[in-house]
Design a protein around this ligand. Structure first.
Ligand code: DGT
Ligand code: CA
Ligand code: CA
Ligand code: ZN
Length: 570
């Protein structure tokens, strides 16, 4: 069992206890246990298995918790959780997961309206019975309906990051099949969309049946949905659908182009072909009956006098206009990135020390990081006061004297307060190398209020960038209400930057907003918001999203050395 899996069990226990309205201290104990385990850098399952180590040596793990973890790791279940689950109606678990509904509200819905399933919840909202409950109201009712929609979408799509893990494992499996000659993953996965409906594999093979037989042996397979001569679809035990098409080598490029999509991009392409008296489909480009291209994507596009568009741009947004004008941007690449300007450490809710983060970043080829721990308002993360952050910066100064060929910047993630203003005084911010301002509280305020708070932060002379500017959590939480155009205008006017937070669940700014930032001439900073060393690895997701927004190396500020970037921040 991994730490996150174990942490999830404790979180669930806390949720169920809260649903039952038991002793708040007990609830908090389990909540804290979940957080502690989730943040630990070392695997607790490994410690349990190692006779020479004991869990209670870890800070935050007492005797009682250690015993529970051991039971869980050794038996795969927690008797206490089983008991709780037996006491609670089945459907309630799904209700607990609806964004915007916590255990307390779920309990009220159950007790007052006898709501035990998602369908009953939707009915109750539509009949306007939920708004009548104490502490709910019409606004909350609307938010629950929206939450239900997000929850049902979460059933149908998964994060790109998660799809990537499946895609890599399936690719490795299929590559073991001797009959496979070429293999690619097409679809929204290849276009780097932030969420994925299904995976689309394409293969060239000597013998299609042999590849399909091999596909059926994939360990994660749950059922075969369909198997024909050239196409097969399976469902994984995770629920994800995977399509596999076997195509002839002479039409591999045409098939790759067609199944990469997007559908909207393909429709424009078909129109362009038609206007030239050509036909394009998944087998090739044809003049009459004669195939004039198909083996590679390059030759398919070239047959229409088009450049081979990077897959990230194939959304029928501006790519055809750019191509017509000969102005297709040269997109930023992961190797262009020189530094990471948003990382956390053990000073707040990070799991690694500043030095560990610096070493890990250096190993990944970076030249600098900015340590941007939370400010005091974020009390659940142990946010830093002015005196603590100054202590941290003294540690960073000392560390920089020891590090060679790498620089740690003195930064802070300062909270934009509910009532407006920043969580630390200007004289402190003035001493920082890099300041990201972010909004964690008061996310339900009106569009005017939130926009005003963010613009005020941009007006502060010491703020460098706005972190995760819309607050969205993919498939969990919609962005807060914000006038992004007004924010981008303010950023431009004050010479500030916008973050593209690369966390797989955030990817915030999104692709369209990145393109807007570029239009306003506002530099984008791609940052990981890493809370542990492996959190640094999501940089490539951020870069992929920046590419979808049409950003080049020049548009992304942290492709520059710090000495150069620094001049842009003053
Ligand atoms: P997803 O799976 O919902 O995240 O999105 P996609 O883009 O991967 O869509 P999918 O899996 O339904 O189909 C893969 C590609 O196949 C799609 O991007 C374009 C192509 N395609 C599918 N259906 C059509 C169609 O009716 N017309 C055209 N022109 N292309 C299609
Ligand atoms: Ca797909
Ligand atoms: Ca598909
Ligand atoms: Zn952060």
């Amino acid at each position: 069992m991994t730490n996150p899996e174990i942490a999830a069990v404790f979180d669930q226990v806390a949720d169920l206890l809260e649903f039952q309205d038991t002793n708040p201290f007990r609830i908090r104990a389990y909540r804290n246990a979940g957080r502690t385990i989730g943040d630990l850098p070392q695997s607790v399952a490994e410690i349990v298995a190692d006779p020479n180590r004991v869990l209670t040596d870890i800070q935050g793990i007492g005797k009682d918790l250690a015993a529970k973890i051991t039971t869980l790791v050794e038996t795969g279940s927690l008797p206490m959780l089983e008991e709780l689950l037996a006491e609670i109606p089945q459907g309630v678990l799904a209700i607990l997961r609806v964004p915007g509904l916590g255990p307390k509200r779920a309990a009220a819905l159950y007790k007052e309206l006898n709501v035990t399933t998602l369908d009953e919840l939707r009915d109750a909202c539509q009949a306007q019975r939920v708004r009548e409950l104490k502490g709910f109201g019409a606004k909350m009712e609307a938010a629950i309906l929206e939450g239900l929609e997000i929850a049902s979408e979460a059933d149908r799509r998964i994060l790109w990051f998660e799809a990537d893990q499946h895609a890599q494992a399936i690719r490795a499996h299929l590559e073991q099949c001797k009959a496979v000659e070429q293999l690619e993953v097409a679809g929204s996965y290849r276009r780097g969309k932030d969420t994925i409906g299904d995976l689309d594999f394409l293969a060239v093979a000597r013998d299609a049946a042999q590849v399909m037989d091999h596909f059926e042996l994939y360990g994660g397979l749950a059922t075969v949905l369909l198997r024909g001569e050239t196409k097969m679809s399976i469902r994984l035990s995770s629920g994800l659908q995977v399509d596999l098409r076997v195509v002839p080598a002479e039409s591999f490029g045409a098939a790759l182009q067609y199944f990469t999509g997007s559908k909207a991009h393909n429709i424009v392409l078909r129109g362009l072909a038609k206007s030239r008296g050509l036909k394009i489909n998944e087998y090739g480009v044809f003049r009459g009956e004669k195939s004039i291209a198909g083996r590679t994507e390059e030759e398919v596009y070239a047959a229409l006098d088009l450049p081979c568009f990077p897959p990230e741009l194939r959304e029928a947004r501006r790519e055809f206009d750019w191509a017509a004008a000969g102005q297709l941007p040269r997109l930023v690449e992961p190797a262009d990135i020189q530094g990471d300007l948003h990382v956390h450490s053990t000073w707040t809710d990070g799991a690694a020390t500043i030095e560990e983060m610096a070493i890990a970043a250096k190993q990944r080829g970076l030249k600098y990081i900015a340590v941007t721990d939370h400010s005091k308002r974020v009390s659940i993360a142990g946010g830093l006061s002015a005196s603590r952050v100054r202590k941290q910066w003294a540690e960073i100064d000392a560390l920089n004297r020891r590090l060679k060929g790498f620089k740690v910047l003195k930064g802070i993630e300062v909270d934009i307060l509910e009532q407006g203003g920043l969580d630390l005084p200007d004289d402190v911010l003035a001493e920082a190398d890099w300041v990201v301002a972010s909004l964690h509280y008061g996310q339900n305020q009106s569009r005017e209020q939130i926009t005003k708070r963010v613009i005020e932060a941009l007006e502060n002379p010491f703020v460098s960038a706005i972190a995760h500017p819309t607050g969205r959590m993919l498939m969990r939480r919609k962005p807060y209400q914000i006038d992004l155009n007004a924010v981008l205008r303010a950023a431009r006017d004050h010479g500030k930057m916008m973050e593209l937070n690369a966390h797989p669940m955030r990817l915030d700014l999104d692709d369209v907003a990145c393109a807007a930032a570029k239009d306003y001439g506002v530099p984008v900073v791609v940052s990981t918001d890493a809370h542990r060393t492996d959190g640094l690895d999501v940089m490539r997701l951020g870069v992929q999203q920046a590419r979808r927004g049409g950003l080049s190396k020049h548009d992304v500020a942290n492709t520059r050395p710090w000495a150069e970037l620094r001049k842009m921040t003053v």
